[in-house]
Design a protein around this ligand. Structure first.
Ligand SMILES: *[C@@H]1O[C@H](CO)[C@@H](O)[C@H](O)[C@H]1NC(C)=O
Length: 124
């Protein structure tokens, strides 16, 4: 049991220092512009925010209107624009944009999970 605990701690330490599967924290301010470069090839972004209880998706299509979707039909408004090169820009960040962002197209390492990018409010 003691060994298992030690192993868990080591595994955790490894997963947060390794390049893959890392957690990044981006401090955002409501109303400000925010740009984050998810990287080459990341033309699909998934997020969890308070705008929906389901995961929301944004695809770098040429005719984006800033809306995210949970099922390809519903539209959750935002000021986001995702470029083909993986750069995501919010013209003005809103409360509904605060949350966690993931890259479904990122190859996941073993035993690491995929990267998680946390958009957080200053002071929270
Ligand atoms: C990605 O593409 C956009 C639009 O073409 C450009 O403004 C931005 O600088 C590019 N970002 C990178 C990291 O190449």
């Amino acid at each position: 049991m003691k060994n298992f605990f030690l192993f868990s701690v080591l595994l955790f330490a490894f997963s947060v220092t390794d390049v893959e599967g890392a957690i990044y924290r981006i401090i955002v301010e409501i109303g400000k512009e925010v740009t984050y470069d998810f990287g080459e090839g990341m033309f699909l972004i998934k997020r969890f925010t308070k705008a929906s209880s389901n995961p929301q998706y944004l695809f770098a299509s040429p005719d984006q209107d800033g809306t995210w979707t949970t099922d390809g039909i519903d539209k959750i408004p935002s000021s986001a624009h995702l470029n083909w090169n993986g750069t995501l820009t919010f013209k003005t960040i809103s409360e509904n944009d605060v949350g966690s962002y993931e890259m479904p197209l990122e190859p996941s390492g073993i035993p690491m999970a995929q990267s998680l990018i946390m958009f957080e409010l200053a002071g929270s």
